[in-house]
Ligand binder design. Structure first.
Ligand SMILES: *Cc1c(COP(=O)(O)O)cnc(C)c1O
Length: 304
């Protein structure tokens, strides 16, 4: 199994906007725990990798976009765990490969590119059967890695210290991470998710993930749906400026897909006075920094 290289730690963000609003702002640095399997993906994959090995699988397969943090982490985690990994990638093979996919190949991942139409069909029995014909038996991890085993791993992020905060704020993609945090908090505090995708299908999916994990439902959480910046991997100069300013002010790098949008949202809500006076807010740095290189290659060197 793979191990944490550095313990996650909590750091205070000393910003006037927090002082003016009489709250304290902190960040849980999950981005530091491992140079490759960084952030939330480490926790999401932990029990999936373990189960794959214990069930005797030699191969593990999952899905993602060409810049996916999940694919990157899966490639690294599988190699450390001695499993062969297969990545089903949405869209055509880029030439040259971007840094994320280049890394995945270096880790021994077998990349298989499928059209966007076929990709939409990826959960169908036919599609899976064809993959099995091609690759033989494999342990399947859903897109983004969100299943009940992911929630189990994520829930271990919550300890006594984390439970002492009034608010937990984190970015939301497929919802497995917030699901695990909600389950781990088990009714305490208030959890605020910042979806990076448009649409309101998420609430229901998160509820289903939680009940598949512990059969419970909770009401101490909500989704802040105004900070997706137009959708997945969409951005504007305001977001880019915020990310660069944040790094120069506090020495903490944020990624433009997830953590940058979440932190932007938290600062905006702070400005609007949305957090209770006297409260302590813990933002979760879920990692994702591997994506910056590919993002800069694609859009010009925007992130410093
Ligand atoms: C994948 C990812 C998320 C989203 O996690 P979900 O469990 O899919 O909601 C958030 N932040 C980062 C950095 C990620 O890589």
């Amino acid at each position: 199994m793979y191990q944490i290289k550095e313990k996650p730690f909590i750091q205070e963000i000393n910003t006037t906007i927090a002082h003016e609003n009489n709250v304290r702002l902190f960040v849980l640095r999950l981005d530091v725990i491992h140079p490759i399997i960084s952030g939330n993906k480490w926790y999401k994959l932990k029990y999936n990798i373990e189960t794959a090995k214990q069930s005797g699988y030699e191969k593990i397969l999952s899905f993602g976009g060409a810049f996916s943090n999940h694919i990157h982490a899966l490639a690294g985690a599988s190699r450390e765990a001695g499993l062969k990994s297969i990545g089903i990638i949405r869209g055509e093979r880029p030439f040259p490969l971007n840094p994320t996919l280049e890394f995945a190949i270096q880790q021994g991942m077998d990349l298989h590119f499928v059209s966007r139409t076929d990709y939409r069909d990826k959960t169908s029995a036919d599609f899976i059967r064809n993959l099995e014909k091609r690759y033989g038996p494999f342990y399947l991890v859903p897109e983004g890695g969100s299943n009940h085993l992911a929630l189990k791993g994520i829930s271990e992020i919550v300890n006594k210290k984390v439970k002492g905060y009034d608010y937990l704020c984190l970015p939301v993609g497929t919802g497995g991470t917030i699901g695990g945090i909600i389950a781990g908090m088990d009714g305490e505090g208030k959890i605020c998710g910042f979806p990076v995708l448009k649409g309101d299908f998420l609430k229901k999916e998160i509820q289903e993930l939680i009940s598949s994990y512990n059969n419970n439902s909770y009401s101490n959480w909500s989704l802040m749906s105004d900070y997706h910046f137009g959708g997945y991997a969409k951005f504007n100069s305001q977001l880019i400026n915020f990310i660069n300013q944040f790094k120069s002010d506090f020495g903490i790098p944020l990624d433009p897909i997830y953590t940058g949008k979440m932190m932007f949202g938290v600062f905006d809500l702070l400005e609007k006075g949305c957090f209770k006076k006297g409260s302590k807010i813990l933002t979760i740095h879920t990692g994702g920094l591997q994506g910056i290189e590919g993002f800069n290659e694609r859009f010009g060197k925007l992130i410093e």
